[in-house]
Design a protein around this ligand. Sequence first.
Ligand SMILES: NC(=O)c1ccc[n+]([C@@H]2O[C@H](COP(=O)([O-])OP(=O)(O)OC[C@H]3O[C@@H](n4cnc5c(N)ncnc54)[C@H](OP(=O)(O)O)[C@@H]3O)[C@@H](O)[C@H]2O)c1
Length: 238
Amino acid sequence: MQRVLWITGAGSGMGQAVARSASHAGWTVVLSGRRPEALRDTASSLPGPVLELPLDVRDGDAVRAARARVVAEFGRIDALVLAAGRNTPRRQWDDQDVEEFHDVVAVNLGAVVTVLDAALPDLRERSGVAVVISSYAGWAFHPNAGIAYSASKSALSSVVRTLNSGEAAHGVRATHLCPGDVDTDFLDQRPQVPDATARGRMLTADDVARTVQFVLDSPAHVRIDELVVSPVTPASRR
Ligand SMILES: NC(=O)c1ccc[n+]([C@@H]2O[C@H](COP(=O)([O-])OP(=O)(O)OC[C@H]3O[C@@H](n4cnc5c(N)ncnc54)[C@H](OP(=O)(O)O)[C@@H]3O)[C@@H](O)[C@H]2O)c1
């Protein structure tokens, strides 16, 4: 039986690139995100078995139902890649909307815990691995990332550490993955959207997927607690 990977944010960007790389590496992939057509698009390019489960990660009942569906369909969940995330252009103290603050935190932090909690029994059974896609802003303070984004992503470090310390006895492993700028649709949420030249200097979604694949394929006795991946740019351009 092929190993089963459940990906959130699988309809675009890094989640989609991870689906491609894992499917080519022989994993069965389960794709979640809100837009069914985006999941369909990801699924259509994959060589191996795939299940599309559209959902909003903020909806705990939908997450738990999806987990049950994966187990009913494949009998196991070996790995999670949690890429669903959001930011907002209005992100500083002088322009934020506090309702939006709570929503960014709900997607970037609350929903990560919801999915991990739902799939934990399955990860325990398989010495499973979870890759939490955080951010460079979750590793080192970056003022431009905004209040909600910085707070929610840096909290993921604690989520991963508590999981790794609390669940080591069951063989569960988690990675706090902190990418720098990646050329995806995500950048459209910035107050100043980067142009093609700036995007050309960034990481690609495939660069991050290659890193994730390394974690997924590492043996069960290896835990990779944290990884920081940055584009190499001359200091003057940063
Ligand atoms: N791009 C960067 O520079 C960068 C750098 C560091 C970290 N990150 C992080 O990397 C992760 C992936 O982002 P990306 O760059 O690949 O951008 P992306 O293409 O915009 O991916 C974000 C994904 O999250 C999904 N999503 C958002 N809200 C959701 C919700 N409530 N329920 C379910 N799915 C939801 C979106 O799908 P739907 O709209 O269909 O739901 C989308 O597929 C994010 O967590 C982001 O914070 C990005």
